[in-house]
Structure formats: structure tokens, C-alpha cells
Design a protein around this ligand. Structure first.
Ligand SMILES: Nc1ncnc2c1ncn2[C@@H]1O[C@H](COP(=O)(O)OP(=O)(O)OP(=O)(O)O)[C@@H](O)[C@H]1O
Ligand SMILES: [Mg+2]
Length: 214
């Protein structure tokens, strides 16, 4: 099933970022986007995940065009089908790790799976306050929080930026098994070429275009 289909996407802020961007993601597919800092990767991810309306172009998710979808429809879609892991993870700072997971669990009516916490090696720290966790532990907690919702499409913006390569590879293993098990898809933004290369397709944002490099 086609999870994402985007065509002719263009956007600018103070200067043009990109135009003519076409991209599609099927279930069981992982796609990476690389590109230098400031090339617009996060902006594109925000557009493809409904958080930002592009200057032009169309985004279709789960077969439904985002153009003309009501606000309520958008909120439902984001809550139930999309899992967005932000570059700066927005965890609730006054809460413990477990309480952060609980929020995702309540909102999605899905249980917090102990094996997910074990796979991410955070089961021993989930009862600590978020502010007491290391940067890498917070990052893995935000991965756990998003996967707890059981999204169909995962958007991950530098989800392993604070992790050593070995742990980053384990997070990629987890994404791989998640998308296989849940008919899901992954859009990964990363600077780490070795991680990008683990995806089935790799694109580079350069000179205002999204160019396929693998
Ligand atoms: N809300 C905004 N208002 C104005 N300019 C913005 C906004 N968001 C991003 N930009 C600008 O758009 C450009 C692309 O930003 P973006 O965050 O998409 O880059 P990126 O490729 O993700 O970079 P990085 O690898 O550093 O995360 C930057 O020059 C940035 O300053
Ligand atoms: Mg970015």
C-alpha cells in the first residue's frame, strides 16, 4: 500500500529551499534523505508529515490528499497514523520516561511494550525524570514514545544524532523490524551515511532538488 505520495513540492523561507520534489513511500519501505545542514531536510520532513503547508505541490497520505482535509481530519491522521520523531525531541521534561510513554499509550490506546524498552536499552532508566537522562537516552525514549503509538509511517529527523554508531545501528534494526511487523514505512533524515545506506532508497537534497543517490 502507498503510504505517502508527494508531487511537485516547493517551499521557500527567506530564499528558495527546494522545488519539484516528488517522493513516494510504500509499506515495508525505508527511505533516507541526506544533505548539508540548512539544505531544508527538516522543512521537507515537516511538509511531508502535514506540519507545514508547502508553497506548492500535493501531499497524499494513506491515499488521502492533504489538500482540503479538515483540521480535525489532520489531527486524527497525525495521532493515529503518523509517528514523528523530531530533531529536538519534545519530551515532557517534568515527567519521568515512563510517564512520557504513558501519555502516548493513553492517546493511542496501545500498551507500552516492555520488549520495545529492552530493545532500546532504556528499561532501567524509564522511572527517572527526563532531565536526569543522557541525551542519547532521551533520544531513545522519544523513539519508544513514537513507536508505542503504532504509527503506519515513521518520520525520523536525526533520531540517532546523539548515539554511538553501535547503538544507532540497533535503533535502525528496531525500525526495520517495526516496519516489517506493522506494514509500516520509514522516512529517515540523517547525516550518517552508513545509516542512510541501510534504507532501501536514499535521496540527497542539493541545489534545491531532491536527487536519488541510491
Ligand atoms: N520557520 C522558519 N522560518 C524561517 N526560516 C526557516 C524556518 N525553518 C527553517 N528555516 C530556514 O530554512 C533553511 C533550512 O532549514 P532546515 O531546518 O530545513 O535545514 P536542515 O537541512 O534540516 O538542516 P540541519 O541538517 O542543520 O538540521 C535554514 O536556512 C533555516 O534557517
Ligand atoms: Mg534538520
Amino acid at each position: 500500500m502507498k503510504l505517502l505520495e508527494a508531487s511537485g513540492i516547493a517551499h521557500h523561507f527567506d530564499y528558495p529551499l527546494f522545488s519539484g520534489v516528488d517522493l513516494s513511500i510504500d509499506s515495508h519501505e525505508s527511505v533516507a534523505i541526506i544533505g548539508v545542514s540548512g539544505s531544508g531536510k527538516s522543512t521537507l520532513l515537516h511538509i511531508l508529515s502535514t506540519l507545514l503547508t508547502p508553497d506548492s505541490g500535493e501531499v497524499t497520505l494513506m491515499g488521502e490528499s492533504m489538500e482540503g482535509l479538515s483540521n480535525r481530519g489532520l489531527v486524527e491522521l497525525r495521532r493515529k497514523q503518523l509517528g514523528i520523531i523530531f530533531q529536538s525531541h519534545y519530551l515532557f521534561k517534568g515527567f519521568t520516561g515512563a510517564e512520557n510513554l504513558e501519555v502516548a499509550s493513553i492517546l493511542s490506546n496501545e500498551p507500552v511494550e516492555p520488549e520495545l524498552l529492552r530493545a532500546l536499552k532504556i528499561e532501567h532508566v524509564v522511572n527517572q525524570k527526563v532531565t536526569e537522562l543522557s541525551g542519547g537516552q532521551q533520544q531513545r525514549l522519544s523513539v519508544a514514545r513514537v513507536l508505542t503509538k503504532k504509527p503506519r509511517l515513521i518520520y525520523a529527523d536525526e533520531p540517532t544524532g546523539n548515539l554511538d554508531l553501535e547503538t544507532a545501528c540497533e535503533v535502525m534494526d528496531l525500525f526495520d523490524s517495526y516496519i516489517a511487523k506493522h506494514d509500516a514505512g520509514l522516512l529517515l533524515v540523517t547525516h550518517e551515511l552508513q545509516l542512510a545506506d541501510r534504507c532501501q532508497r536514499v535521496y540527497k537534497l542539493e541545489e534545491h532538488q531532491l536527487v536519488r543517490v541510491k
